[in-house]
Design a protein around this ligand. Structure first.
Ligand code: URP
Ligand code: ZN
Ligand code: ZN
Length: 459
């Protein structure tokens, strides 16, 4: 059914104004004042509301075998949570371990999503080792429409690559024009510090941060930058958490390294005292890089507003209370991850835009447009333009609520942001012209989501 969104205030990364949007089939066909609604058109009145481009989460984990267990979501639960939170596209990390075959893993990850996701999606393909087969396999995956890789400098012997493997992955990415996303913590330092802490009887979640201090992330970021510099590849640092790592990234950019930076919502909203809470409460707030000392949050918000941090993702990675308790004897066994796919946009709006820390256009840019541009989705996604997919968020700035695990759509038994007030939320959300969320509730079609094919764009 055609759709007309009337009277809303359209906000993109670089423009703002009152206009109507007409959608035929799956794309936007007209934008203008007082558009006609032909018979059979569904009309949505967006008076008093913003209309944003559908938000894009560039970093989520849905199917993830990790730390002796599996992340809790399915594409059905994660995509419904995403949509209720205003996210219409996510990019999942396809993460084979070092013992897995890359191509088989890619097929497995695709199979988990196909016909299940209610929103559109694509993958970053992790390169967890580099063997004689790797180049051919990666070329095949890129031909299939995946134009971004992932490497882990952390998680020694599981996802982590060594320097030789990193060099080869980046050299191939450079040739193919593929952007490489990277988790930047020095794996060897983490392993040594973890063992030292455990030997000293420091086993609780409050020691997780001490096992991966800011210098370890700064070193990892500098290390990645040096490899980018010497291969000419384009990189993207995921979940950058602290000032030291930011300085390393900015120094690299200044000397011409093609490096982009992502922050994630837990590091913007939470500090390390959350992981210092006794027992399982602390464990719920264990992720890597860890939640940091509070002073880093101001640094991240400022850099985000200035555009020095490009994007805001979630690193959504749900493990329930029982799974977190796998680490009751040792913090090194706590499954790492804090979910946030449902909360990201509302938190960014409330604690960024509403608190005067984030310009409204930068908000749209960081949560949608910039990811679309970096990852080969623009202008189909990430903006409001004739010819683009009708992924739209009618956002109600008057809504008031409180984040709670009760009624959340993510498949988990707690919420890491429990009790935080929010000011504003997605009221109506469309995916390629179909209303998937109405009055803040999922009303849509499960399995509507498509795998987005992307071309390499970093030659
Ligand atoms: O703690 C985290 N970040 N869990 C997910 C895996 C990763 O490192 O992104
Ligand atoms: Zn990571
Ligand atoms: Zn991650």
């Amino acid at each position: 059914m055609p759709l007309l969104i009337r009277n809303g205030e359209l906000v993109t990364a670089d423009a703002r104004g009152r206009a109507d949007i007409y959608v035929a089939d799956e794309t936007i066909t007209r934008i203008g004042g007082d558009l006609e609604a032909p018979p059979g058109t569904e009309v949505i009145d967006a008076a008093g509301k913003y209309v944003f481009p559908g938000f894009i989460d560039p970093h989520v984990h849905i199917y993830l075998p990790f730390m002796a267990t599996f992340a809790k979501d399915t594409h059905e639960t994660a995509s419904i949570a995403a949509l209720v939170g205003g996210t219409t596209t996510y990019i999942e990390m396809c993460c084979p371990s070092r013992t897995d075959d890359a191509l088989a893993a890619y097929e497995l990850w695709k199979g988990k999503a196909e016909g299940k996701s209610a929103c559109d999606y694509t993958f970053h393909m992790a390169v967890s080792k580099y063997t004689d087969e790797t180049e051919g396999q990666l070329r095949e995956i890129v031909r299939d429409g995946i134009s971004s890789f992932k490497i882990f400098l952390a998680y020694k012997n599981f996802f982590g690559v060594d320097d030789g493997e990193m060099y080869q992955a980046l050299a191939l990415a450079r040739k193919l024009g593929v952007i490489v996303t990277a988790h930047c913590e020095n794996a060897e330092l983490v392993a040594q510090l973890q063992q030292e802490l455990l030997r000293a009887g420091r086993t609780g979640p409050e020691w997780h941060e001490a096992s991966r201090p800011e210098t370890v992330e700064a070193e990892g970021t500098h290390h990645f930058a040096t490899f980018l510099e010497n291969t000419g590849a384009t990189g993207y640092v995921v979940h950058l958490s602290c000032e030291g790592a930011l300085k390393a990234a900015l120094a690299a950019k200044e000397r011409g390294v093609r490096m982009h930076v992502e922050a994630v919502i837990p590091h913007l909203m939470l500090n390390k005292t959350y992981a210092e809470r006794p027992g399982v409460e602390g464990m719920k707030h264990v992720m890597s890089p860890p939640l940091r000392a509070r002073r880093n949050q101001g640094v991240l918000w400022n850099a985000l507003n200035a555009g020095l941090i490009d994007t805001v993702g979630t690193d959504h990675c749900p493990f329930d209370t029982g799974q977190k308790l796998l680490g009751r004897e040792a913090f090194t066994q706590i499954p790492n991850g804090i979910p946030g796919i449902e909360e990201r946009v509302n938190l960014l709006y409330t604690y960024g835009v509403k608190r005067g820390k984030l310009d409204l256009h930068r908000f749209v840019d960081a949560a949608s447009t910039r990811a679309a541009k970096l990852f080969g989705l623009f202008p189909r996604k990430g903006t409001i333009a004739v010819g683009g997919d009708a992924d739209l968020v009618v956002f109600d700035p008057e809504y008031r609520g409180t984040i709670s695990a009760l009624g959340q759509h993510v498949n988990n038994d707690y919420n890491g942001f429990e009790g935080m007030p929010i000011e504003g939320r997605a009221a109506v959300v469309t995916v390629r012209g179909k209303v998937q969320v109405r009055a803040g509730e999922f009303v849509g079609e499960r399995g509507r989501g498509q795998l987005l094919k992307r071309e390499p764009s970093h030659l």
